[in-house]
Design a protein around this ligand. Structure first.
Ligand SMILES: [Zn+2]
Length: 473
């Protein structure tokens, strides 16, 4: 419906433009005609974006209140089964998620949540995600028993009854679980989240008004009250580093960063392989799924509780430790070790996962587990199995590029020669990447490869620019 409205509106403008040009053809003075033509064209392109934004605001105002609907779910299952259950529905003041392209997710992801209007069946909001639960399902432990994981999703508050659908996909792109439920905005059991209890916080970079910007919260984990200023300093360092990378550097005014000094009772985070356990606000821990460097938290409800009333859409958690590790889950969070010497490149890499939906470009020769399969194209924009390569970076390849592209003669850190290099997504065979090196492959390089840059650029556009304007990026 929205697409049709835009098309009609644009047709009207085109018609007006054409009609005016026809009238101006009667003007005999040639130079005035050229000047007028140019002036009108410039005016048209100056006015059109505002017109499209106004349409987006009208859509938002018609269907939503300026508040957030938070829905907590439990994902349960084992290696073969997935069950989705509703935990609790909550509300908070203000809506800080995207205000454009609300009906379409930027990427497919490993799951999708969609809100539809009950009366009309119209899609109101849709977004995609990945979860730790789905990663856990690929582990050996999941073959022995079932386990539950918290998941939290944010929606703009609908003005009237809405249905929410949650869908999970497996590594073969098959739908494996589907859950729907009704939300009645006047339901007395929707529990308001009291923003008065939000953790201490301060703005550390403001690119603009929250309505037009992407709000990122940088949250403290394992910092005591006495370490609050240390956390703010760490958060500012991370914020500066992310904005140094292209394409964030060209779009830093599209972002706001807020540092949230969530307080922990003990300093540091848990490192099970060192038998070190800490009492921290989010219970973050290394050794996730027995992988020593995999640092995550399972306490998503506590994480979101701490952010009530604070503008946020994306989350970076800084763990107060010098141990090496991190984790990034698409549209969920990035978690990194603030005092490890490799903190900066690791955090940017993990933000590539959680914000950009990028896949890992590194691989293992002895990887026994398969995550990508022949004939099934990954949804991550920087990986391909060549099943649908035309949807990836085929358009960026110079004529005559061999597929696969050979690495011989190129340096280990080469990022100039785009190609289709075999190895990526943890697999040495059957998965391909676009460059020899990239921030999504090693910690040594200084930037994202051109394919990752384009992918991130498209995510930024999806969150800040109406689709009619962003398709050119
Ligand atoms: Zn890349």
């Amino acid at each position: 419906m929205r697409q049709q409205q835009y098309a009609q509106s644009c047709d009207n403008i085109d018609h007006l433009f054409y009609f005016t040009l026809q009238r101006m053809k009667h003007i005999k003075h040639k130079s005035f005609w050229i000047w007028s033509n140019r002036f009108f064209t410039v005016m048209l392109f100056a006015v059109l974006p505002h017109f499209v934004y106004a349409m987006e605001d009208a859509f938002l105002g018609r269907w939503f209140c300026d508040s957030t609907l938070r829905v907590d779910y439990t994902f349960t299952g084992d290696a073969l089964h997935q069950y989705i259950s509703l935990d609790e529905i909550r509300s908070s003041e203000g809506w800080y998620g995207r205000r454009v392209n609300m009906k379409v997710p930027a990427l497919r992801g490993n799951g999708m949540v969609k809100m539809t209007d009950v009366a009309t069946g119209d899609t109101l909001f849709c977004t995609s995600f990945s979860t730790l639960f789905q990663e856990w399902q690929t582990t050996e432990e999941a073959t022995r028993h079932s386990k539950s994981f918290e998941n939290v999703f944010l929606f703009p508050m609908p003005r009237r009854d809405a249905q929410i659908e949650v869908v999970l996909y497996d590594t073969h792109n098959r739908q494996t679980a589907r859950f729907t439920h009704l939300v009645t905005p006047s339901d007395i059991l929707i529990r308001p989240i009291d923003a008065k209890h939000a953790a201490p916080h301060r703005s550390i970079f403001k690119g603009g008004d929250s309505k037009g910007c992407i709000d990122v919260a940088i949250v403290a984990e394992g910092y005591t009250e006495a370490e609050r200023e240390l956390f703010y300093k760490d958060a500012e360092t991370i914020c500066r580093e992310i904005r140094r990378y292209s394409p964030f550097s060209e779009h830093h005014n599209d972002f706001n960063f807020t540092a949230v000094a969530l307080e922990s009772r003990e300093s540091g985070v848990s490192i099970p392989h060192e038998h070190l356990w800490k009492n921290t606000a989010l219970g973050a821990s290394f050794d996730t799924f027995y992988s020593q460097r995999y640092l995550t938290t399972l306490r998503l409800k506590k994480l979101h509780d701490s952010l009530a009333g604070i503008p946020y859409e994306h989350i970076i958690i800084l763990a107060n430790t010098d141990n090496y590790g991190g984790g990034g889950i698409y549209n969920s969070y990035t978690l990194s070790a603030a005092h490890n010497p490799l903190c900066l490149p690791v955090t940017v890499h993990e933000f590539g996962h959680s914000f950009g939906g990028l896949g890992d470009e590194y691989f293992y020769d002895d990887q026994y587990e398969q995550f990508y399969f022949p004939g099934i194209e990954p949804w991550e924009q920087n990986l391909t199995t060549l099943a649908e390569f035309e949807k990836k970076w085929q358009d960026m390849l110079p004529d005559g590029t061999s597929i696969p592209t050979q690495c011989e003669g190129l340096a280990e850190n080469d990022m100039e020669h785009i190609g289709v290099y075999e190895g990526g997504g943890y697999q040495s065979k059957g998965v391909y990447r676009a460059f020899i090196d990239c921030r999504m492959k090693t910690n040594n390089t200084k930037r994202f490869c051109a394919v990752c840059e384009r992918a991130i650029n498209r995510i930024i556009a999806h969150q800040t620019v109406p689709m009619e304007q962003s398709h050119k990026r």
